[in-house]
Design a protein. Structure first.
Length: 231
């Protein structure tokens, strides 16, 4: 069997439940991406894309005849959008790094502000309601929870690309809904990793908040002294 064939079909038995290795490995890539995002490292984006590609097939359990045999269209569909948003974030962070002469961070954390909050709130409500109807029509498992996970995840990823501190709080709200849904659907490795993500996200929020407080005065002082490079 080829390596690709093994990765697609290989399973491990945990507490009597058959679990796909690609679900475990994909989530580990996702965890690495979250840690890279917390540290504001550009490599977080391509690592996250690997996670998205692997998990896309995992959450279409009925289509690909996985042990769970449950289709979570929101969970699967968001992986496709993640790739697109991740490419955008990758480009944005690389541009910021180049503008700083390769010495500064890939992104400087900021608050979204009132316009950003209106944007995020509007998309959160409209997106959740709209996708819930779509997922219900597709007979997705847990359509309302799946719709919020889908919408919230896209908002969080977009917020990370923009450098908005609020994206960490959105991830916490996604995890709060995602863990119960994944447990009910039988995706236990993903549920466990969501709990791990929650702790990383909570810590990441404090890291970005501290960076915003520390770097804002420094950037203001530099701006007062003359031209400043973005970074």
């Amino acid at each position: 069997m080829s390596l690709l064939g093994w990765l697609f079909d290989a399973q491990v038995l945990i507490a009597g439940h058959a679990i796909l290795w690609r679900e475990i490995i994909g989530n580990l890539f996702g965890l690495a991406s979250a840690i890279g995002g917390m540290r504001r490292q550009i490599w977080a984006w391509p690592v996250g894309i690997v996670c998205n590609v692997m998990l896309f097939t995992v959450f279409l359990g009925g289509v690909f005849h996985t042990p769970q045999a449950v289709d979570l269209y929101g969970q699967a569909g968001r992986q496709v959008f993640f790739v697109a948003v991740s490419v955008y974030g990758w480009v944005q962070w690389r541009r910021t790094r180049r503008a700083s002469g390769g010495e500064g961070p890939a992104v400087v954390p900021t608050w979204a502000g009132r316009p950003g909050w209106v944007q995020l709130g509007t998309v959160a409500v409209v997106g959740t309601v709209g996708f819930a109807m779509v997922f219900r029509a597709l007979n997705s498992y847990g359509p309302w929870a799946d719709a919020w996970i889908f919408t919230g995840s896209l908002l969080a990823t977009y917020g990370m690309a923009r450098g908005w501190i609020e994206f960490w709080l959105i991830w916490i709200a996604v995890d709060a809904v995602g863990v119960p849904l994944l447990v009910r659907a039988g995706y236990y490795p993903s549920a466990v990793l969501y709990l791990v993500y929650a702790s990383v996200v909570a810590y990441g929020f404090t890291v970005w908040l501290r960076a915003q407080r520390d770097e804002r005065p420094r950037r203001a002082a530099t701006a007062g002294a003359g031209p400043v490079r973005v970074g």
